[in-house]
Design a protein around this ligand. Structure first.
Ligand SMILES: [Zn+2]
Length: 100
């Protein structure tokens, strides 16, 4: 649960994603995401040198994976419907469903 009053930087940690202050036990240190060759090299150097200063605090609420977006759900439903129609056509089931 985010801190509502003034945070104490010695006790609380700032979440990198939601930008709210949390207790230290409400999250963990995570390596930054790799977005390109520079961040890949920075993470590789930090891993090789056991450098924890590169890691960021992220609360447990922000670490949960997000759900599927509505557009992706629609695209998946259209793909499944196309696959079913293609298989029905392939096995000539359309003739039984819609007689000529
Ligand atoms: Zn957060």
């Amino acid at each position: 649960m985010p801190i509502t009053g003034l945070p104490n930087p010695h006790l609380h940690r700032l979440c990198r994603k939601c930008r709210r202050w949390h207790e230290s036990d409400e999250g963990s240190l995570c390596a930054p995401t790799i977005a390109g060759p520079l961040s890949f090299l920075r993470n590789l150097r930090a891993t090789a040198m056991d450098d924890e200063t590169v890691q960021h605090f992220v609360c447990f609420a922000c670490q949960k994976p997000k759900g599927m977006s509505p557009l992706l759900k629609i695209m998946l439903a259209v793909a499944v419907a196309g696959l079913v129609a293609g298989l029905a056509s392939w096995f000539h089931l359309i003739d039984y469903i819609l007689p000529p």
